[in-house]
Design a binder for this molecule. Structure first.
Ligand SMILES: Nc1ncnc2c1ncn2[C@@H]1O[C@H](COP(=O)(O)OP(=O)(O)OP(=O)(O)O)[C@@H](O)[C@H]1O
Ligand SMILES: [Mg+2]
Length: 236
């Protein structure tokens, strides 16, 4: 059984239909999709040790099945530069989450490498079309998706040709080829991410929705910064 499938089975056996960020990142990493390095810590000391292994600066985020929007509840701390900031952040995150939901099931925090500023932020998503099956979406992050709805869609399984077309046909494509002195993004890496998402959702049919948002795109490589995966309910 693949690592990805094993994680999905464990989540379902727990009676959950959505993956924690750490689980979602392990699933996509198993399909060759680049993610931010991370470790799980359940107390301050573990967080400090993890931060030192990963290297400063780090990001810390709440790890709880009761928290869907981590930053909304004060569950995300960026750019932590030393052990003391990590200890402080750990206390604050737990306190913020407890304030939001006193009986929240807190599994710990993820300590992550702080991904450097990207050339562009992109999103790769998947929703299931009742008639055609998995529909893969590509777009630029932030206002491009939320306000301008500048996205492209294809039904999986995709070829490399399809994936490249999806990227090229969004209106914001020039943002990825380098405008106003900005370096171009690594389009080949983005093509591969889209292809691997297609492969993942074709092979693991239990995945009902997937959202890699944001993916930081660089002139060489890319990093998935946040990932959400929702499974179809067993009774469906
Ligand atoms: N490892 C990281 N490196 C760099 N920046 C990060 C990292 N993790 C998160 N961020 C930044 O913090 C933002 C919020 O993080 P994240 O998306 O994980 O939280 P969230 O609660 O899911 O937010 P939202 O609900 O708005 O998507 C990201 O959009 C990104 O800009
Ligand atoms: Mg997010």
């Amino acid at each position: 059984m693949s690592k990805a499938r094993k994680i999905i089975e464990e989540v379902l056996s727990e009676g959950r239909n959505f993956l924690l960020e750490s689980e979602a990142k392990m699933v996509i990493a198993d399909y060759g999709i680049p993610v931010t390095k991370f470790e799980i810590a359940t107390n301050e000391d573990e967080a400090v040790e993890a931060a030192n292994r990963i290297g400063y600066p780090v990001v810390m985020k709440i790890l709880s099945p009761d928290i869907i929007h981590k930053s909304d509840v004060g569950g995300v701390k960026l750019n932590l530069k030393n052990d003391q900031e990590v200890r402080q952040a750990f206390k604050e995150i737990i306190e913020n989450v407890r304030k939001f939901k006193s009986d929240a099931d807190i599994r710990g925090v993820t300590v992550q490498e702080m991904a450097p500023e990207p050339v562009a932020e992109v999103i790769v998503g998947m929703t299931k079309d009742p008639q055609f099956g998995p529909a893969i979406m590509f777009g630029l992050g932030g206002i491009f998706v939320e306000v301008l709805k500048d996205v492209s869609f294809r039904i999986a399984p995709l070829t490399a040709y399809d994936a490249r077309e999806m990227i090229q046909e969004i209106k914001g494509y020039p943002v990825l080829t380098g405008i106003r002195g900005r370096p171009p993004a690594d389009i080949d890496t983005l093509v591969n991410i889209i292809l691997n998402v297609s492969k993942l959702v074709m092979e693991i049919e239990e995945i009902d929705q997937l959202d890699l948002n944001p993916i930081f795109a660089y002139s060489k490589g890319a990093k998935t910064v946040d990932a959400r995966i929702i499974l179809s309910k067993p009774e469906e």
